[in-house]
Ligand binder design. Structure first.
Ligand SMILES: Cc1cc2nc3c(=O)[nH]c(=O)nc-3n(C[C@H](O)[C@H](O)[C@H](O)COP(=O)(O)OP(=O)(O)OC[C@H]3O[C@@H](n4cnc5c(N)ncnc54)[C@H](O)[C@@H]3O)c2cc1C
Length: 651
């Protein structure tokens, strides 16, 4: 009979408040094979781990059960502690008496009974555990970064500066993401271009960064250390290798179009770049606007191009890249403002969204940085900013706070006053959330120095009157209805996940939250990792974030990649599925159940059988449940172990 030790953690008061931990330890002592049981306030702490190690040595323990929090929190910690004491780490089991017990019950007696049952089940299971060895996987030390906004660029630069090659995929024709559209940035008011363009230039000239612009990741297969990504490049209808970036094509193109980059306010062309400092500085023909593609006539760009780079026959191309790790930095978008009929967006030209206001402020914007209202080009004397347009609004499906809007609206009020000193900014708000270094002071500056007038309450309606707009709402502080006349209304619309994020998440086999933002492995302890090993996250792809947070996270994700690449070989968890070939009938019922495509075919002399690609297998056990012959087993979760657990619970 193995010698089992049981360690019951108080987890401060998290467990001890609801569960009688001493009672659980006492009950454990009478379980078969248990030769030691004790409690401690925090077994995850260093003194706590030392207690476990000492007990393993002194009591010659060869099995350990720790009754504590979820294994996703500290299983690795406890396995390492056991290993340091000379025990095989896979002979340690966790009984989760926090998330599955103390946190979800209030009756102390019943919770204690349940905790005893959970420990009993784990003691029965651990007795049947086999010592296992982690296996090794080779690691390809090249990384794929998806998204070329500030977060993706920072991650790419950090990794490349450490000496590892990076493939950076950006789906737009140029780098920069949303930041490329911003004018000046809170909380320092430095110009976005001044901090962004040196970074885009650095990325473009870095010898270890391969930039694939106007491209998208279509498929990803493989596993940590050995991913294969299929990347499609959209046709630009311009051969970028031949193009010299003279932009004669853009200048001479006769087709003026609304520019998405300028939020529909400034004229774009059917061929060209989004802004003069774009990297790469290579044009794209927008097929939907191009006269030649629409009518078969024109080709001015092709005729004018001095290097014959225009190619109307260009088609999508795909290529495969082998990489060892992936960083997802696909950012966010702002929700389409036409959802807000009550605010008149789309109906009244002087109702715009915040990104459009950024473009009006920008010296590379449609008005060269002079704030003019779109309807007639007049300088607005009164501007109303409406915060939380969509955010914190369950009716619009966005119950969350978009986090950046309070700050950028204060910035907008400031920038407006700097350019229109006799102008008045009104801000309708629900609460001011200015948590960040010098953020509160920044908002105070908008009020005290720049005269921004904050009105607490939601806006009910915006409508035209006498050539101006009337913003009708309630000031909930004074309890009064308010009507403000405005020349321009700016909506701080909710931030939402980047278009295509759910499809990309599916290709990568990583999770998203209920709103479509990528899910981190643990919100506090593993904020830039996903549950799929080797895939990391950075920036607003996880949730709305400002620039400094996005950059910090990107460097965090880069550090995780570098830690992975610092090893000669990767150690992989041996808790994977295995096939008993003599029992396998080759029916392959297991295959469709595997979410990781880990089941492969193997030819025996007389038949095909299933085999498991241990690198791909994540140990979910779906195949073992589906196998009709009992040929598929999940290590650490054999039928015998699971039945022993169930029997123990039924005692
Ligand atoms: C109006 C407004 C004003 C703001 N002002 C400020 C400010 O003053 N200060 C501040 O700190 N923050 C500000 N922000 C926030 C700032 O924009 C973000 O913090 C920053 O852009 C986040 O960077 P990111 O790289 O995570 O995401 P993004 O900037 O969204 O970049 C993501 C990139 O990924 C690309 N991408 C998306 N999907 C794919 C895909 N499937 N394949 C390949 N590429 C893909 C996108 O094209 C984009 O280039 C403001 C935001 C708004 C809306």
């Amino acid at each position: 009979m193995p010698r089992t030790g049981v360690f019951v953690c108080w987890c401060g008061i998290n467990i001890a408040k609801t569960v009688d931990v001493e009672g659980v330890a006492a009950a454990s002592r009478s379980l078969p094979g248990v030769v030691h049981a004790e409690t401690y306030k925090y077994f995850c702490s260093e003194p706590g781990q030392n207690l476990i190690k000492e007990a393993i040595w002194e009591k010659r323990l060869d099995r350990v059960v720790i009754a504590t929090c979820s294994p996703s929190m500290h299983q690795a910690t406890f396995r390492e502690a056991a290993q340091a004491a000379g025990l095989n780490p896979y002979l340690v089991q966790i009984a989760n008496i926090r998330e599955q017990c103390s946190w979800v019950h209030s009756n102390r007696e019943e919770a204690t009974g349940k905790a005893v049952a959970l420990v009993t089940a784990m003691v029965a299971k651990v007795r049947r555990d086999e010592p296992l060895q982690a296996f090794t996987l080779p690691v390809n030390r090249r990384v794929l970064v998806i998204g070329g906004g500030i977060a993706g660029m920072q991650a790419a630069l950090d990794i490349a500066d450490a000496g590892y090659p990076v493939v950076l995929v950006e789906r737009e024709p140029n780098l920069g993401g949303r930041m490329a559209q911003l004018s000046e940035t809170f909380p320092t008011l430095d110009c976005a271009s001044c901090i962004l363009t040196p970074k885009t230039a650095e990325v473009a000239r870095h010898p270890l960064i391969e930039l694939l612009a106007y491209s998208e990741v279509r498929e990803v297969s493989g596993y940590v250390g050995a991913f294969t990504a299929t990347i499609a490049r959209k046709p630009a209808y311009v051969d970028w290798d031949k193009c010299i970036g003279c932009m004669l094509c853009q200048e001479k193109c006769p087709r003026k179009t609304p520019s998405d980059f300028q939020r529909g306010m400034g004229p774009g062309k059917a061929i060209g770049v989004n802004f003069p400092q774009a990297v790469p500085n290579r044009p794209v023909i927008h097929r939907e606007h191009c006269t030649y593609f629409q009518t078969g006539k024109c080709q001015v760009c092709a005729r004018i191009c001095p290097v014959d780079a225009v190619d109307f026959n260009q088609a999508e191309t795909t290529q495969e890249k082998q990489v060892g790790a992936i960083v997802v930095a696909t950012g966010y978008e702002v929700v389409a403002p036409d959802q807000f009929g009550e605010y008149g967006y789309g109906k009244y030209p002087d109702v715009i969204d915040s990104l459009a206001f950024e473009r009006l402020n920008s010296s590379s914007g449609p008005t060269d940085g002079v704030i003019r209202r779109p309807s007639d080009g007049a300088v607005p004397k009164e501007v109303v900013f409406i915060q939380c347009a969509g955010s914190r609004d369950p009716d619009k499906g966005k119950p969350y706070c978009s986090k950046i809007c309070c700050m950028y609206t204060a910035k907008h009020a400031m920038l407006y006053r700097h350019k229109v000193p006799d102008g008045q900014a009104y801000i309708f708000y629900m609460d001011i959330r200015a948590g960040g270094k010098r953020y509160e002071e920044f908002v105070q500056r908008a009020v005290e120095n720049d005269g921004a007038l904050y009105l607490r309450g939601r806006v009910a309606r915006v409508y035209p009157e006498d050539g101006r707009l009337v913003v009708k709402g309630v000031d909930t502080l004074s309890g009064q209805n308010v009507e403000v006349f405005a020349d321009l209304v700016v909506l701080a619309t909710a931030a939402v996940p980047s278009g295509g994020a759910p499809g990309l998440a599916q290709a990568l086999k990583v999770g998203t939250d209920e709103h479509g933002f990528f899910n981190e492995a643990h919100p506090k302890l593993r904020p830039v990792e996903t549950l799929t090993r080797g895939i990391f996250l950075a920036g607003s792809a996880l949730a709305p974030k400002d620039i400094s947070e996005s950059v910090a996270q990107a460097s965090g994700a880069a550090a995780k990649v570098l830690a992975l690449f610092s090893r000669e070989e990767l150690l992989a968890d041996p808790l994977v599925a295995t096939v008993n070939e003599s029992h396998c009938s080759g029916c392959f019922w297991c295959r469709p159940t595997c979410p990781y495509q880990a089941i492969e075919e193997k030819a025996l002399r007389d038949r095909q059988v299933a085999t498991v690609n241990a690198g791909l297998c994540q140990g979910c056990g779906a195949c073992a449940a589906a196998c009709r012959n009992g040929a598929m087993k999940l290590r650490g979760f054999t039928d015998e172990q699971l039945l022993a657990e169930v029997n123990a619970l039924c005692l």
